[in-house]
Write a protein that binds this ligand. Sequence first.
Ligand code: PRP
Length: 247
Amino acid sequence: MVSESRVDPNVNSRPVAQATRMAGLIRIGLSRGYLLAPATRLLSAASLDLTGVPPVDRSLVVRRGDFEYVVARSSDVASLTELGALELAVVGSDILAERAPTVSELLDLGIGKCRLVVAGPAGTQLRAAGLRVATPYPRTAARYFEDIGLAVEILALSGSSEVAPSIGVADVIVDLVETGATLRANGLVVLREIAACTARLIAPCRDRAHLDAPLIDALIERLAVMRPVVVSVAATSRVSDETLVRV
Ligand code: PRP
């Protein structure tokens, strides 16, 4: 069973109302969760002012000079970029593979390295047909199990799939593993690896004539330059990253 939401197929062809946009303002989408801290570090290293990101109150938008940061669920960041509501955004390659949004992928940022895996209680055999798989990645999971020739039932959840086996609603999960802390805390182990993932810089597939294109191009160039520096610092501080509070 793959849950498909009913989406108006024409929704992405409608232009975003320009009235909601301030001339020259560059909106950058940031994915909530494990990607937020490394994305914030990379953008700061590229000389952007991200003071107040993430917001401590319930607001989801922070304005800093010519830039506005929108913090949202990664699947929504991809959709908002596709709609043209964000000029740039940072999302995981996991979301791009799952949602296949019509966007331009500008850079592999190298940050947010993690794995999309099948996980379950130790000793779980991926042989019996009819296993139930809980996952926020129903399409990717369905593709994977089809490829290995195993008929499964997919239970689409928007997050927290790790709880599903222990409360008896699924046998295994398909989800991201970064440090492994969430799996361990829920008594699960990696059974198979599906894909290695990293954060990508994306942009809408439309011209940016109404914007300060040189400013955006300069930012993309700075991100490309700073990316290896931030990636290597992150690699040496993985343990302390595990203790970061996630939003
Ligand atoms: C991601 C992912 C896992 C967790 C894995 O969730 O969905 O739940 O990180 O990280 P770990 O291996 O370091 O424990 P995220 O923090 O993005 O929140 P979400 O589940 O609400 O999307």
